[in-house]
Ligand binder design. Structure first.
Ligand code: 13P
Length: 234
Protein backbone atom coordinates (compact mmCIF):
# COMPACT_ATOMS: atom_id res chain seq x y z
CA UNK A 1 0.00 0.00 0.00
CA UNK A 2 1.32 3.44 -0.97
CA UNK A 3 0.52 7.02 0.04
CA UNK A 4 -0.52 9.31 -2.81
CA UNK A 5 -0.64 12.93 -1.71
CA UNK A 6 -1.68 15.82 -3.93
CA UNK A 7 -0.40 19.34 -3.27
CA UNK A 8 -2.70 21.80 -4.96
CA UNK A 9 -0.46 24.77 -4.08
CA UNK A 10 -2.34 28.05 -4.77
CA UNK A 11 -4.71 26.49 -7.30
CA UNK A 12 -8.24 25.17 -7.42
CA UNK A 13 -11.55 26.08 -5.85
CA UNK A 14 -14.18 24.44 -3.69
CA UNK A 15 -15.98 23.41 -6.89
CA UNK A 16 -12.79 21.81 -8.22
CA UNK A 17 -12.40 19.94 -4.92
CA UNK A 18 -15.97 18.67 -5.14
CA UNK A 19 -15.32 17.57 -8.71
CA UNK A 20 -12.19 15.70 -7.61
CA UNK A 21 -14.02 14.08 -4.69
CA UNK A 22 -16.78 12.89 -7.06
CA UNK A 23 -14.18 11.46 -9.44
CA UNK A 24 -12.30 9.70 -6.62
CA UNK A 25 -15.38 8.06 -5.16
CA UNK A 26 -15.27 4.93 -7.31
CA UNK A 27 -11.52 4.60 -7.73
CA UNK A 28 -10.49 1.05 -6.93
CA UNK A 29 -7.40 1.31 -4.73
CA UNK A 30 -6.06 0.33 -1.34
CA UNK A 31 -3.68 3.28 -1.37
CA UNK A 32 -4.01 6.19 1.04
CA UNK A 33 -5.07 9.32 -0.84
CA UNK A 34 -4.44 12.79 0.62
CA UNK A 35 -5.36 16.15 -0.89
CA UNK A 36 -3.47 19.15 0.49
CA UNK A 37 -5.58 22.15 -0.45
CA UNK A 38 -5.48 25.90 0.23
CA UNK A 39 -6.79 26.95 3.68
CA UNK A 40 -10.07 28.20 2.23
CA UNK A 41 -10.96 24.76 0.86
CA UNK A 42 -10.32 22.74 4.05
CA UNK A 43 -13.27 20.57 4.94
CA UNK A 44 -14.00 17.77 7.38
CA UNK A 45 -15.73 15.95 4.53
CA UNK A 46 -12.83 14.71 2.42
CA UNK A 47 -14.75 11.80 0.93
CA UNK A 48 -12.36 9.16 -0.41
CA UNK A 49 -9.36 11.43 0.26
CA UNK A 50 -8.04 12.68 3.59
CA UNK A 51 -7.73 16.45 3.59
CA UNK A 52 -4.51 18.25 4.39
CA UNK A 53 -3.24 21.82 4.52
CA UNK A 54 -0.07 23.18 2.92
CA UNK A 55 1.39 25.16 5.80
CA UNK A 56 0.78 25.89 9.48
CA UNK A 57 1.85 28.61 11.87
CA UNK A 58 4.68 27.83 14.27
CA UNK A 59 2.62 29.68 16.93
CA UNK A 60 -0.44 28.51 18.86
CA UNK A 61 -2.43 31.78 18.84
CA UNK A 62 -2.08 35.52 19.20
CA UNK A 63 -0.94 38.54 17.21
CA UNK A 64 0.27 36.81 14.05
CA UNK A 65 -1.81 38.43 11.31
CA UNK A 66 -2.52 36.13 8.41
CA UNK A 67 -1.32 32.95 10.11
CA UNK A 68 -3.38 29.83 10.80
CA UNK A 69 -2.65 27.60 13.80
CA UNK A 70 -2.60 23.82 13.89
CA UNK A 71 -5.63 23.83 16.18
CA UNK A 72 -7.54 25.89 13.59
CA UNK A 73 -6.49 23.50 10.83
CA UNK A 74 -7.67 20.58 12.88
CA UNK A 75 -11.06 22.12 13.54
CA UNK A 76 -11.41 22.91 9.80
CA UNK A 77 -10.91 19.23 8.96
CA UNK A 78 -7.19 18.87 8.17
CA UNK A 79 -5.64 15.52 9.07
CA UNK A 80 -2.30 16.28 7.45
CA UNK A 81 -0.19 19.36 6.79
CA UNK A 82 2.79 19.88 4.51
CA UNK A 83 5.64 21.64 6.33
CA UNK A 84 8.89 22.91 4.82
CA UNK A 85 7.78 22.68 1.23
CA UNK A 86 10.44 23.94 -1.16
CA UNK A 87 8.32 26.98 -2.03
CA UNK A 88 7.95 27.92 1.67
CA UNK A 89 11.71 27.56 2.12
CA UNK A 90 12.39 29.58 -1.05
CA UNK A 91 9.82 32.40 -0.84
CA UNK A 92 9.35 32.63 2.92
CA UNK A 93 12.83 31.82 4.17
CA UNK A 94 11.76 28.80 6.19
CA UNK A 95 14.69 27.02 7.83
CA UNK A 96 14.90 23.52 9.26
CA UNK A 97 14.36 25.04 12.74
CA UNK A 98 11.14 26.76 11.68
CA UNK A 99 9.96 23.62 9.91
CA UNK A 100 10.59 21.53 13.03
CA UNK A 101 8.60 23.96 15.19
CA UNK A 102 5.70 23.79 12.73
CA UNK A 103 5.84 20.00 12.73
CA UNK A 104 5.76 20.00 16.55
CA UNK A 105 2.68 22.18 16.54
CA UNK A 106 0.94 19.90 14.04
CA UNK A 107 1.72 16.76 16.06
CA UNK A 108 0.52 18.40 19.28
CA UNK A 109 -2.82 18.94 17.54
CA UNK A 110 -3.15 15.43 16.09
CA UNK A 111 -2.26 16.48 12.58
CA UNK A 112 0.31 14.41 10.70
CA UNK A 113 3.03 16.65 9.26
CA UNK A 114 4.43 15.82 5.82
CA UNK A 115 7.96 17.13 6.37
CA UNK A 116 9.73 18.10 3.13
CA UNK A 117 13.47 18.01 2.54
CA UNK A 118 15.54 18.34 -0.61
CA UNK A 119 18.40 20.07 -2.33
CA UNK A 120 18.43 23.13 -4.62
CA UNK A 121 20.21 23.18 -7.97
CA UNK A 122 23.10 25.15 -6.45
CA UNK A 123 23.47 22.59 -3.67
CA UNK A 124 23.28 19.74 -6.17
CA UNK A 125 25.96 21.29 -8.37
CA UNK A 126 28.17 21.88 -5.32
CA UNK A 127 27.99 18.16 -4.51
CA UNK A 128 26.01 18.80 -1.32
CA UNK A 129 22.91 16.73 -2.12
CA UNK A 130 23.53 14.05 0.51
CA UNK A 131 24.54 16.42 3.32
CA UNK A 132 21.55 18.72 2.67
CA UNK A 133 19.16 15.79 2.72
CA UNK A 134 20.63 14.31 5.88
CA UNK A 135 20.70 17.60 7.80
CA UNK A 136 17.18 18.35 6.54
CA UNK A 137 15.94 15.10 8.04
CA UNK A 138 17.87 15.43 11.30
CA UNK A 139 16.99 19.10 11.89
CA UNK A 140 13.41 19.30 10.56
CA UNK A 141 11.96 16.37 12.50
CA UNK A 142 10.88 16.90 16.11
CA UNK A 143 12.89 14.96 18.69
CA UNK A 144 9.91 12.89 19.80
CA UNK A 145 7.46 12.63 16.91
CA UNK A 146 5.90 9.44 18.31
CA UNK A 147 5.77 7.93 14.84
CA UNK A 148 3.18 10.37 13.56
CA UNK A 149 5.06 11.85 10.66
CA UNK A 150 5.60 11.45 6.93
CA UNK A 151 8.80 12.61 5.23
CA UNK A 152 8.85 13.81 1.62
CA UNK A 153 11.99 14.01 -0.51
CA UNK A 154 11.59 16.79 -3.03
CA UNK A 155 14.64 17.56 -5.18
CA UNK A 156 13.94 21.29 -5.33
CA UNK A 157 15.53 21.77 -8.74
CA UNK A 158 13.06 19.34 -10.29
CA UNK A 159 9.82 20.76 -8.89
CA UNK A 160 7.47 22.15 -11.49
CA UNK A 161 10.30 22.07 -14.01
CA UNK A 162 9.30 18.84 -15.68
CA UNK A 163 12.68 17.45 -14.59
CA UNK A 164 13.07 14.18 -12.73
CA UNK A 165 16.14 12.68 -11.13
CA UNK A 166 17.21 9.30 -12.44
CA UNK A 167 15.85 6.21 -10.69
CA UNK A 168 19.33 5.68 -9.28
CA UNK A 169 19.41 9.21 -7.82
CA UNK A 170 15.99 8.70 -6.23
CA UNK A 171 17.08 5.33 -4.85
CA UNK A 172 20.26 6.82 -3.33
CA UNK A 173 18.39 9.70 -1.71
CA UNK A 174 15.67 7.47 -0.29
CA UNK A 175 18.17 4.96 1.04
CA UNK A 176 19.97 7.78 2.87
CA UNK A 177 16.69 9.07 4.31
CA UNK A 178 15.63 5.58 5.43
CA UNK A 179 19.01 5.00 7.12
CA UNK A 180 18.96 8.41 8.77
CA UNK A 181 15.44 7.83 10.09
CA UNK A 182 16.52 4.40 11.36
CA UNK A 183 19.45 5.95 13.22
CA UNK A 184 17.02 8.43 14.82
CA UNK A 185 14.84 5.57 16.06
CA UNK A 186 12.23 6.38 13.41
CA UNK A 187 12.56 3.36 11.15
CA UNK A 188 9.38 2.60 9.23
CA UNK A 189 8.45 6.27 8.78
CA UNK A 190 6.84 6.59 5.33
CA UNK A 191 8.94 8.55 2.84
CA UNK A 192 7.32 10.05 -0.25
CA UNK A 193 9.03 11.21 -3.42
CA UNK A 194 7.85 14.48 -4.95
CA UNK A 195 8.80 16.39 -8.12
CA UNK A 196 7.34 16.00 -11.59
CA UNK A 197 5.39 12.83 -10.79
CA UNK A 198 2.97 11.98 -13.60
CA UNK A 199 0.81 9.05 -14.62
CA UNK A 200 3.54 7.76 -16.90
CA UNK A 201 6.34 7.66 -14.30
CA UNK A 202 4.46 7.00 -11.05
CA UNK A 203 4.64 3.19 -11.19
CA UNK A 204 8.35 3.18 -11.86
CA UNK A 205 9.08 5.71 -9.11
CA UNK A 206 6.99 3.82 -6.56
CA UNK A 207 8.81 0.57 -7.39
CA UNK A 208 12.11 2.09 -6.16
CA UNK A 209 13.14 0.72 -2.74
CA UNK A 210 12.25 2.97 0.24
CA UNK A 211 9.74 5.00 -1.80
CA UNK A 212 6.46 4.67 0.11
CA UNK A 213 4.42 6.96 -2.09
CA UNK A 214 4.45 10.26 -3.94
CA UNK A 215 3.72 13.93 -3.35
CA UNK A 216 2.23 15.31 -6.54
CA UNK A 217 1.94 18.96 -7.57
CA UNK A 218 0.61 19.88 -11.01
CA UNK A 219 -0.69 16.42 -11.87
CA UNK A 220 -2.92 16.33 -8.76
CA UNK A 221 -5.19 19.13 -9.95
CA UNK A 222 -7.31 17.24 -12.47
CA UNK A 223 -8.89 13.81 -11.98
CA UNK A 224 -7.70 12.66 -15.43
CA UNK A 225 -4.10 13.29 -14.37
CA UNK A 226 -4.34 12.30 -10.69
CA UNK A 227 -6.32 9.05 -10.89
CA UNK A 228 -3.74 7.25 -13.09
CA UNK A 229 -1.13 8.05 -10.41
CA UNK A 230 -3.37 6.70 -7.64
CA UNK A 231 -4.01 3.50 -9.57
CA UNK A 232 -0.44 3.12 -10.88
CA UNK A 233 0.23 0.70 -8.03
CA UNK A 234 -2.25 -1.51 -6.20
P1 13P B 1 5.22 19.09 -9.39
O1 13P B 1 4.62 17.70 -9.28
O2 13P B 1 4.31 20.06 -10.08
O3 13P B 1 6.61 19.04 -9.91
O4 13P B 1 5.32 19.66 -7.89
C1 13P B 1 5.88 18.85 -6.92
C2 13P B 1 5.61 19.42 -5.58
O5 13P B 1 6.05 20.51 -5.26
C3 13P B 1 4.78 18.65 -4.67
O6 13P B 1 4.73 19.21 -3.42
Amino acid sequence: MKIIAGNWKMNGSSDALKNMQDALRDVDTQNTVILCVPFTMLTPDGGRAAIGAQDVSAHDHGAFTGEVSAQMLRSAGAKYVIVGHSERRMYHGETNDIVRTKAESAIANDIIPIICVGETMDEKQAGKTMSVIESGVRESIPSDPRGKIIVAYEPRWAIGAGLTPTAAEIATAHELIAKTLESMGLGGTPVLYGASVKGNNAAEIMSIPNVDGVLVGGASLKPDDFIPIITAVK
